[in-house]
Design a protein around this ligand. Sequence first.
Ligand SMILES: Cc1cc2nc3c(=O)[nH]c(=O)nc-3n(C[C@H](O)[C@H](O)[C@H](O)COP(=O)(O)OP(=O)(O)OC[C@H]3O[C@@H](n4cnc5c(N)ncnc54)[C@H](O)[C@@H]3O)c2cc1C
Length: 531
Amino acid sequence: MMKAVANTFDVIIVGGGHNGLVTAAYLVRAGRRVLVLETRELVGGCAVTEEVWPGFKVSTASYLASLLQQKVIRDLELERFGYKIDAKDPAFFSPFPDGRYFFMWQDRAKTLAEIAKFSPRDAEAYPKYEDRLERLAQVAESLLLTTPPNFPPSGAGDFIEYLKLAGRMRGLSKKEVVSLVKIFTQSAADFLDEWFESEQVKVTLATDGVIGANGGPRSPGTAYILLHHCMGGVGGHRGLWGFVRGGMGAVSNAIADSAKSKGAVIRTNATVSKILVRDGRAYGVALAEGEEIRAKIVASNLDPKKTFLELLNPSDLDPDFVDGIRKFRIEGTSLKMNLALRGLPEFTALPGAPGPQHRATMHICPSVEYIERAWDDAKYGRPSQSPLIEMTIPTMYDPTLAPQGHHIMGIFLQYAPYTLRDSNWDRERKRYTERILDVIEEYCPNIRSIIVDKQTLTPLDLERRFHITGGNIFHGEMSLDQMFVLRPLAGWARYRTPVKGLYLCGSGAHPGGGVMGAPGHNAAREIMRDS
Ligand SMILES: Cc1cc2nc3c(=O)[nH]c(=O)nc-3n(C[C@H](O)[C@H](O)[C@H](O)COP(=O)(O)OP(=O)(O)OC[C@H]3O[C@@H](n4cnc5c(N)ncnc54)[C@H](O)[C@@H]3O)c2cc1C
């Protein structure tokens, strides 16, 4: 039996991920009465801290921050609400099977000395590479908080918007314009081959090109993901990534507190089962328990498949649109494992603990070819036999996350395809967990002896726990044909949808995934323009 609730809200946000919370925080500041409905018992979506084991506060999904937009941090006063980040230093540590290792530091001179260990020529090239990436990132970054123009363009207004976009490239030299076009189309490996000769340097940089990607370092388009990972920064220093004090949930909690301080209402354990539509216009939502809540504006933080295929009736949408959303590619290839540790891993390549290696993102991926082979498995529906592994230990920066003398380790892995050809993840989880530990053991022989507990989140678990279709960490592949004016579909990249009063405010909209706050920010702006 439906229980209708009076129209006490102007806007309902479906989903309390960090983007939904950003939309809420902006709209409530603009005087709208805002309600956020989150299905889980806590807000944050993929940016959460959960006490998985007593005393261990784990960033169960996302684990590092950099992309959160400075404008969002400033406008929503997030530092006042507890947001604090420690930039990683060193940034990366890559041990190699031959016993050598490679560090990248915040200090450029120290990084150059490390690169020179492998190739003096690459050490010479690196400052130019970084400067070039910085210039390209400046242009690409300026698009993050921009609403994409209509596509295909249909009137003079649209053409003016495209001219304005072209204007952003004005300061670039010819070489930089060529690089910009290349980085949007090339593979990460091809892009890096043009700059460097050393395998160790290339593979360390290439990892950023494949994190979350449905492709290997030789797949066209992965160079852009490399750039995507350079578009943020910590404390105004571009490209730096850091650990958030209190874990990633502290980002979401700061945004939620900022929204609540201005009067937003946030309900957890509130599952939306339907977006209500009449005569082509949204007028509220129905909750799974039967309650109906009305508002003139509904913004969905859910991915496009969940929003359009699960919460709406197909009859509310044009069949071509439904077909486009069905074809939107959203199968993930990432797996996350969280470990509770009673000590620190000892690397054969660099013994001793604690050491700077434990403060870095620690890579297990000895060569570009290794990653490509890992992808080959995934292409044919198998988890990578020898996967790319990224390990981080947030307790090196924030010891309060674990009981004294203990640590947390996050393991992010490529590639674990959502759809397995000859098995399923419920069957594979245990076996593959052991395989991952075998691979880590090759570099850190003591790993098994220091594990107190472990949690493996396969793509299927990511889907079930975080409600992300296909376990895709970005709410949809970030390939060129699903970016900018094409995200999620051509003609629908401006946060509006074919249903009047219904907006998208999550990572399935421009500029995509990552703890960035940009889709949430842009959606709020468009909602304010319309109402
Ligand atoms: C394993 C993993 C590792 C990652 N690592 C990083 C990283 O280190 N750094 C980084 O920047 N990014 C990382 N990402 C990506 C990043 O976390 C996401 O792209 C981003 O957090 C998505 O935010 P969002 O607000 O758009 O959506 P989400 O966080 O997915 O939020 C959507 C919300 O909607 C809720 N919801 C779903 N269905 C309903 C319903 N029917 N009713 C009510 N509520 C509902 C969900 O519970 C969720 O809270 C990672 C993601 C994953 C999964």
